[in-house]
Ligand binder design. Structure first.
Ligand code: CDP
Ligand code: CDP
Length: 229
């Protein structure tokens, strides 16, 4: 089983870094947050209360709507109703509810089983999330914990969303939202956001995207004895 686990707080660069690392290594990228976001979309569409979740109903609805992951180039694209769901899962409504949905143990069991099935099928993967190195793949050969100052993360998230240059107020408000979500993710009793003891910690506040990708690629090549081009 070849797994590179990348954990870290919101907007620390996990997903885009994991995707780029996967592309260079010829691995697949699995965004575990996208699974939780897609389940949250299903819960909201079904009128379920994220803070008092009826899990059997949620999982039945997810099944009915064909919630799945389709391999596409180096990525797994989340699917709902037979179509890519990316544009439905990055909304403020989903972002506000996802920590509550993902804190439910049965929801995590469901997501973890899907992720482990991919790795057990022999697909080499770069997986990003909050508990990948600590809970989902504790045996991963390489674990990375990415972080950056909250204001830096807020500026990156706003830049990612496009639009006009944000004001300082908008940056600070986004930093507060990120910190609130990190607090919820780090303080939950099940699979909290932590840096696993055996993880390589990378503070990307002053790193370029290319530097962090190159650093992880080099580590992965060493750990998994992959040839350099
Ligand atoms: O991209 P961003 O950092 O905003 O979040 P994400 O990776 O899409 O994850 C959304 C939410 O899903 C997180 O805030 C967590 O509540 C949850 N999550 C989790 O609990 N465990 C994971 N392995 C991944 C995400
Ligand atoms: O998955 P997560 O929420 O941790 O972060 P993301 O969705 O990958 O967003 C991070 C954004 O910061 C992306 O637009 C990256 O290109 C950008 N970025 C970065 O990740 N690292 C840097 N050193 C500089 C920018």
């Amino acid at each position: 089983m070849r797994v590179v686990a990348i954990d870290g707080p919101a907007a620390s660069g996990k997903s885009s870094t994991a995707k780029a690392v996967a592309r260079v290594l010829g691995f697949h990228h699995l965004d575990s947050g996208a699974l939780y976001r897609t389940l949250t979309r299903v819960a909201l569409d079904a009128g379920l209360d994220p803070d008092n979740l009826d899990v059997p109903v949620l999982l039945a609805k997810a099944d009915l709507r064909g919630l799945g992951l389709r391999p596409e180039e180096e990525d797994f694209v989340p699917l709902l109703d037979g179509a890519p769901a990316e544009h439905l899962i990055r909304t403020p409504e989903v972002t506000a509810a996802v920590s509550a949905v993902s804190a439910v143990p049965e929801v995590r069991d469901w997501a973890n089983a899907r992720m482990r099935a991919l790795a057990e099928a022999g697909v080499p993967i770069v997986v990003d999330g909050r508990d990948i190195g600590s809970v989902v793949f504790p045996e991963a050969g390489l674990k990375i914990f990415l972080y950056a100052k909250s204001v830096v993360r807020a500026m990156r998230r706003l830049a990612q969303q496009g639009g006009k240059e944000p004001t300082n107020e908008e940056i600070f408000a986004e930093a507060e939202r990120l910190k609130a979500r990190d607090k919820a993710d780090a303080s939950r009793p099940v699979a909290p956001l932590i840096s696993p003891e055996d993880a390589v910690e990378l503070d990307t506040s002053r790193m370029t995207f290319e530097e962090q990708v190159d650093g992880i690629v080099r580590l992965a090549r060493t750990v998994y004895q992959l040839p350099s081009p």
